[in-house]
Design a protein around this ligand. Structure first.
Ligand code: PXL
Length: 252
């Protein structure tokens, strides 16, 4: 079937295929979208951890974004791993040139096994330059803690953090609650002072590598195909839950 909508993915490669650009392409494709890519980094990893990270030159990242988009105009953009200030600035400047409104940023910081995927100095650049330019930010709790400087334990803390992130200049925040203890997972979407709460049963498994990438790509795909942000988040959360349930349990 001919894809109904086009999504540009700006993210890093995960050689193990579970997260990063590989998870993004699989998600966009399985939801009926057409995936284009701008690769920002190449990681060598397997399910036991990350061996190495190689950043792509910022000029190459810029060329991938601009040259590709000038020919096939994306309906939405998903941004994942950006590991240096230089790459963040290059992406920010490239986005100015292609003028796409529906941009979803997953502020990737640490891989599941604990390996850092962004340099310290780059977090400041992310907050100051890129976050104010995106439509939706999708941090998990550890990422929201780094971005706000506050510990998040309760639902109340999550709402406070989302409001602080709002003040950085991003209108919509989907703060994912999967890192909190308990039998359920509560995610919150804050947009224009309206709060939507998504509550789902927590699925007991270790196999959650790549869920953040999958979620943000699914949201970008639904929005690219014309769904509202609220509907896109609802459908994407369902999609990720189904993906976790049917995980293949590959590797160690
Ligand atoms: O899940 C975050 C993530 C994003 N992008 C790349 C990754 C990972 C986690 O390992 O490798 C390339």
């Amino acid at each position: 079937m001919k894809p109904q909508c086009k999504i540009l993915i700006i993210a890093g490669s995960d050689s193990s295929g579970g997260a990063g650009i590989q998870a993004d392409i699989k998600t966009v494709t399985s939801l009926g979208g057409y995936a284009m890519t701008a690769i920002t980094a190449v990681t060598s990893q397997n399910t036991t951890g990350v061996k190495s990270v190689l950043g792509i030159k910022s000029e190459e990242v810029k060329k991938q974004i601009i040259f590709t988009s000038k020919d096939i105009k994306p309906d939405a953009i998903k941004i994942g791993m950006l590991n240096s200030s230089e790459i963040i600035l290059s992406v920010t400047n490239s986005l100015k040139k292609i003028n796409i409104k529906k941009i979803v940023l997953d502020p990737v910081m640490v891989a599941k096994g604990g390996h850092k995927l962004i340099n310290d100095g780059a977090i400041k650049t992310l907050k100051k330059n890129l976050i104010p330019k995106v439509f939706l930010l999708t941090p998990n709790i550890p990422e929201a803690e780094v971005l706000t400087g506050y510990k998040i334990k309760s639902l109340k803390d999550m709402i406070r953090a989302a409001k602080i992130l709002n003040k950085l200049g991003v209108k919509n925040i989907l703060l994912k609650g999967g890192h909190r203890q308990g039998k359920s997972v509560t995610d919150i979407l804050l947009n224009k002072n309206k709060l939507v709460i998504y509550k789902n049963k927590k699925i007991k498994t270790k196999n959650t590598h790549g869920t953040g990438c999958t979620l943000s790509s699914a949201i970008a795909t639904f929005m690219a195909c014309g769904k509202t942000i609220n509907k896109s988040c609802e459908l994407a959360i369902k999609y990720v839950n189904e993906s976790i349930r049917s995980n293949p349990n590959f590797g160690k």
